[in-house]
Each structure stands twice: as structure tokens, then as C-alpha cells.
Write a protein that binds this ligand. Structure first.
Ligand code: NAP
Length: 237
């Protein structure tokens, strides 16, 4: 088992939901954090929580769909922390609607945030990881990356793309001792999915569950990695 203490992790979409829970879980393991989300304001809540934990963290807001902003944020965070050991590409946008209702702008948003966001952040962080000859990149896809459902065309297409790019990058950088994996969770109770009334917390995954899983995965000896992990709630429907 690897000790995560002192490692440096970049987390996108760290302000809320799965990203926030992952930041708190990694901080509890003594990981130093570089955080991004769309704005300083949205990051302020998790920053307060991390301060209370006396965690070491830096944050740099960026719209991950912008290559310029994403690259700048990674550079800024690397200037504070040095090259990253762990990158969690978690930022994502839920773009939903039936095929004939989705506009070109909807499709562009889904692909720009959910796919190009990962590309921009990873391109900026990867050279430092290759130099270290070690590292972990976890990309958050979705069950929608395995299965299309009514009204999920743009979101689903973007999450299928995350699996393709993750597997391809995994084959390229495993020789550099960098593990690239993708997670395909089913429904997790966050802002992205709330709104359909109260859900039974014993049946639906919580962001903390996914965070706990990622911590366990990251602790696996470097010789072992999980290419794709599907996490499901217990019989929620
Ligand atoms: N919840 C689920 O059921 C579920 C299931 C499977 C997969 N996922 C995936 O898990 C990831 C996290 O989801 P979540 O449920 O935790 O979502 P969430 O609570 O809605 O949080 C989304 C996060 O992404 C950030 N973000 C959104 N657009 C961005 C952009 N253009 N640039 C930078 N950051 C951006 C948000 O920042 P701001 O706060 O600044 O807006 C926020 O931190 C997503 O990739 C999602 O597709 C979620």
C-alpha cells in the first residue's frame, strides 16, 4: 500500500460535490492540494473547510474549457507546489435534453467542459508527471459513458469520449509509470443530480463514497492499476 502523505494532487471541480469531497478526503491523508473551479467565490467554502483541517492547499480559478485559463491555472499551482503526483479531472457540466431540443451550443458546452477540459488540464500537468516518472490521473466519466439513455445524448457522448481518451492516454503513459484510469459512477447525490425530491441516503451514493474509493485506488502499489471502475448505488430505483 502507498502512503499518500506529502503527495501533490490537482483536483478540478473542487468547489462542490465529488470534487469537494475528494479534496477533503485527500487532505485527511496529508496530500497537498491544488484546486480549481470556475471562480474564487465558488472555492471559498471548501477553502474554509481545508483551513480548519490545517491542510496545505492552493487554488486557482479557471474555466477548464478554455485552454488558456486551464494552462495558466496549472502553471500557477505548479509554481506553488511543484509537479503533481495526482490529477483528478472531475469538473463536469450536466447538459441534458432530447436530441431535437439540444442546440449546437449545448453540444459544444458538453464537449468543451467534459472532454476538452480534461485535455487542457492534462496537457498542462502531464510533462511534470512524465519528468517524475510516476503519477496518477483519474478522469471522472459516468455510467452515461457506458450507456446512452433518453435525453442524455450530449452528456453521454462527452462521457463516452472521456473513456476513449483515458484508455488511449493510459496506453501512452503506462511506460512512464503513470496510471490513467476512468471512473463510471451511476447516480451520486450532488447539485448535479438533486432536484427530484428526497432520496434515501442508504441507497444512493454520496460524494464521500466516491472520494473514499479514489483514496483506496490511489493507495494501490504503483505496479497495479484499475483501468475503469464502475460504482453503483444499491438498487436505488
Ligand atoms: N453526480 C452524479 O450523479 C455523477 C455521476 C457520474 C459522474 N459524475 C461526474 O462527476 C463529476 C463531478 O460531478 P458532481 O456531481 O460533483 O457535480 P457538481 O456538484 O455539479 O460540481 C461540478 C463541479 O465542476 C465545476 N465546473 C463546472 N463547469 C466548469 C468549468 N467550465 N470549468 C471549471 N470547473 C467547472 C464546478 O465549479 P463551480 O462550483 O465553480 O461551478 C463544480 O466544482 C462531473 O464530471 C460529473 O459529470 C457525476
Amino acid at each position: 500500500m502507498q502512503n499518500l502523505t506529502g503527495k501533490k494532487a490537482l483536483i478540478t471541480g473542487a468547489s462542490r460535490g465529488i470534487g469537494r469531497a475528494t479534496a477533503l478526503a485527500l487532505a485527511a491523508e496529508g496530500v497537498k492540494l491544488g484546486l480549481t473551479a470556475t471562480s474564487k467565490e465558488s472555492l471559498s467554502g471548501v477553502e474554509e473547510e481545508l483551513k480548519k483541517m490545517k491542510a496545505e492547499f492552493y487554488s486557482a480559478p479557471a474555466d477548464v474549457s478554455s485552454e488558456e485559463e486551464a494552462t495558466q491555472a496549472v502553471k500557477q499551482l505548479e509554481a506553488e507546489l511543484g509537479a503533481f503526483d495526482i490529477v483528478i479531472n472531475n469538473a463536469g457540466a450536466a447538459v441534458r435534453g432530447k436530441f431535437m431540443d439540444l442546440t449546437a451550443a449545448d453540444w459544444k458546452k458538453a464537449l468543451d467542459v467534459n472532454v476538452m477540459g480534461i485535455v487542457h488540464i492534462t496537457k498542462a500537468a502531464l510533462p511534470g508527471m512524465i519528468e517524475k516518472n510516476k503519477g496518477d490521473i483519474i478522469n471522472i466519466s459516468s455510467m452515461s459513458g457506458l450507456k446512452g439513455t433518453e435525453g442524455s445524448g450530449a452528456y453521454s457522448a462527452s462521457k463516452f469520449a472521456v473513456l476513449g481518451l483515458s484508455e488511449s492516454l493510459m496506453q501512452e503513459v503506462r511506460r512512464n509509470n503513470i496510471r490513467v484510469s476512468a471512473l463510471t459512477p451511476s447516480l451520486v447525490e450532488t447539485d448535479l443530480t438533486r432536484g427530484d425530491g428526497e432520496r434515501n441516503p442508504d441507497k444512493f451514493m454520496q460524494p464521500e463514497d466516491l472520494a473514499e474509493y479514489m483514496v483506496s485506488q490511489l493507495k494501490l502499489e504503483q505496479r497495479t492499476f484499475i483501468k475503469t471502475a464502475a460504482l453503483w448505488g444499491t438498487n436505488p430505483f
